[in-house]
Design a protein around this ligand. Sequence first.
Ligand code: CDP
Length: 773
Amino acid sequence: MGHSIKRKEDPLLIRGRGHFVDDIKLNGMLFLDFVRSPYAHAKIKSINTDRAKALPGVVAVITGNDLKGLGLDWIPTLAYDNMMVLPTEKVVFQQQEVVGIVATDRYAAADAVTLVDIEYEPLPAVSDPFKALEKDSPIVRDDKGTNHIFHWEAGDRALTDKAIADSDIVVKQDMYYPRIHVSYMETCGCVADFDPVEGHLTLWMTTQAPHAVRTVAALVTKIPENKIRIISPDIGGGFGGKVYVYPGYIVATVGSILTGHPVKWINDRSDDQPSTAFGRDFHMSGEIAAKKDGTITALKIKTISDHGAFHGDANPTKFPVGLFSIVTGSYDLKNAFCEVDAAYTNKPQGGITYRCSFRVTEAVYVVERMVDVLAHKLGMDPAELRMKNFIPAEKFPYKSVLGWTYDSGNYSAALKKAMERIGYADLRKEQEEKRKKGELMGIGISSFTEIVGAGPSHDFDILGLKMFDSAEIRIHPTGKVISRFGTKSQGQGHQTTYAQIIAEELGIPTEDITVEEGDTDTAPYGLGTYASRSTPTAGAAASMASRKIRDKAKKIAAYLLEAREEDLEWERGRFYVKGSPSKGKTIQEIAFAAYTNHPPGVEAGLEAVDYYDPPNMTFPFGSYICVVDIDRGTGEAKVRRFIAVDDCGNIINPLIVDGQIQGALTMGFGTSFLEEIKYDEDGNVFGGNFMDYLIPTAVETPKWETDKTVTPCPHHPLGTKGVGESATVGSPAAFVNAVVDALAFSGITHVEMPLNPWKIRKALEEKGLALEN
Ligand code: CDP
C-alpha cells in the first residue's frame, strides 16, 4: 500500500504483446460486417440480399427477420427497456445496423455490404428531446407509443420552492452537457465461437462486465449458463462504453450458430463512433438561492435527458438517472429538489458512458456552475462562497437532504491546498490588473464530491443482479499466488493494485501474485468494472479474502510452532510466538505445510473467496483550480495552469492514481473544449469520426499539476475510495468557470461546452469585447 510500483501489465502492452479481441485468430474464422442505415428514421419497405449472397466469399446474410425467427430481433437492455438487434419494420437512428454479412474475409464482407438493396420510406425524425416530448412529435418507438421514457425526482419540491421564495437572491441558469463519445482506442468487437456438438458458446468480447453479460445471454438465448463462456481479453479502454450490449455481439453469435464457424466482428472507427453508446446529452435548468451574506438556502434543478432510441444505461434499477441526486455536491444545503424527464430521440442509445459514475458528472457540473453564477451575482469571491457553504469536516458522516450518507470528507482542506499551490490571492490581483489593460484572464474553481463504489446490495442492482464484487485467492504450496476477480480492468492497472492489496494483507511480494480477470469460466461472479467501483468492491474483497487466508494460516502456524493460536502475533508475512520473535513461520512456510503437513481437523490447502457487499458508497472529493487566458482576437481560451487536489482516501498506488487523474483530466479537458456529437433536425450525425470529433492530443493538452489530501474511508477495509472518474467528473466545471470568470464582468453568465474559439469569440462580440485584428 502506498508504493508507486510500476504497472505489472505494462511490459507486455508496451512490447505489443497484449492480447486484444482482434488478436484472436481461430481456424475457419469468418468475418461480420453491417449494412447501416443512411436515415435516422425510416420505414423499411423491402430488403433484397440476392446480390450480396451471390458475391464469392459471402457465407451468410442475416436480417432482422432471420433474428425474429430466433426470438432475437429485440433483446432486453440493462435498464429494463428493449432494443432492436436488427430492425424489421423501421430504423430509428442513422448508422443503425440493418443487415449482417458474414464472409470468409473482411473485404468480402465489406464489398457485400454495398450489394444489399434496401428500400426505405423516410419518416420525420426527432433529434431534439424537447421536441420529442411535445404532443405532435414523431414517435421513435412504435412499441411504446410515447417518447417519454420516465419522470424521476428527488427532494421536496414544496419546501425548496418556499426556501427560494424566502431568499434574498435567486439566480437561474440553463446549461447543456453535450453528447460525447468515449473514443476508446480499441473499438468494440468480438469473436463468437459456437460448438454445435457441445452446444457451447465461447465469446471473446470487449465487455467491462463479463459475468452480467453471460447471465443475460443465458436468459435471452436459452443456452445454459454453464455452456456460455465470456472472455474479456485485454481491453483498449472502456470508460463505460463497453458495458452496453451491441447488435454486433448478438449477430456474430447467431452467425457462428448458423455457419458452424467462429465469427469475428470488429467495428471500424467510423462505424463505432456514431452507433455505440454516448455520454451525457443532458439539458439542465438550475436555480440557486441564497441570503445576502452568501449562505445558500436552496437548489433546484430541472433536467431533460436524451437517451436516444433505447434506454440502455446500466444504471442501478432504483436509480434511473443514476446518482444524479448527489447534485447538492459539497454543500451543506437544507433544501434541494431535482427532477428529470427522459426522452427517446432518433439517436443511438446512451447517457452514462465517458468515465461517468452514473450521471455524477452532470450533477457536479451543474452545482459547481450554479455556485459560480451565484458568486458573480453576489459579487463574492467564488472560493469564499464555497468555503462558507461547505459541509464542515466535523459533520461527517453527513446525511444529505437528497438522501445520501457521505462517508468522510474535508472539503475546505482540499480547496485551501489548491489555493495555496496555485497562488490564488496573487492570481486575483493579476486578473484585476490585466483587466485594466484590456486583457482577459479567468480563474475557475470546482470543489466536487463524487459518489462511487456501487454498491451496497440493499440499494444497488442491475437487472436484479446485486452489485457486490468478488475475489478468489489461492496460495500454491511454494507460496506463490493466483487471484481472480469479478471485475475487469481496461487499463486501470488492477494486476498491480490488487497484487499490492494482497501483498499488504499477506506479506507476499507482488511479483509472486498473479491477478486474473475477465474469464467467466474461472473468475468468481462479479458485476464488472465501471463507475470507479473496482477498488471499493473487489479491492475490498481482496482484503477480506486475504484475511480469511490469514485466519487459516494462523491455525497452521500454531500447529507448526506447537503454540496456541492466541499466543501468535502477525507481522507482515509471518506469524511468531509472542515474546519469542525468532520463533515463527513465514506465510510461504505455512503455505507449504498447508499441502504437506496440515493440522489434523483442518482442511488442506490455503485459499479463500470473498463476495464483498459494501456497507455504503465511497465519496471521494477534490478541489480543482484552472487559470485561463483568453485571446480577444481569436476567442481561444488557453489553459495556463490547472491544479488538481484529489482525495480518494488511502492510496494503494500513488503512481497509478496520478495516471488515472491525469488521464481523466485530459478527458474533462476534451469535453470542455473540443468534443461534441451533434445532430441536425433530420437526425444526421455530425462528429461521427475523428475528422469531425476532436479529441485532445499531447499538443493541446495542458500540463496538469496534481496534489492530494488523504481522508480515509471509514468503512472500506483499507480506507480507500474509488478514483478513476474523479477528474473527468470534477474538471469541466473548473474549465467553464474559468472562462466565464474571465468574462463575467461584462455580464456573461455562461458559455456552453465545448468552449471552442468560435463560441467564445461570439460571446466577446456580443459584449463588444472582440478585437478585430
Ligand atoms: O473501477 P475502476 O478500476 O475504474 O476505478 P478505481 O477503483 O477508482 O481504480 C482505478 C485504479 O486506481 C485501480 O488500479 C485502483 O486500484 C487504483 N486506486 C488506488 O491505487 N488507490 C485508491 N485509493 C483508489 C484507486
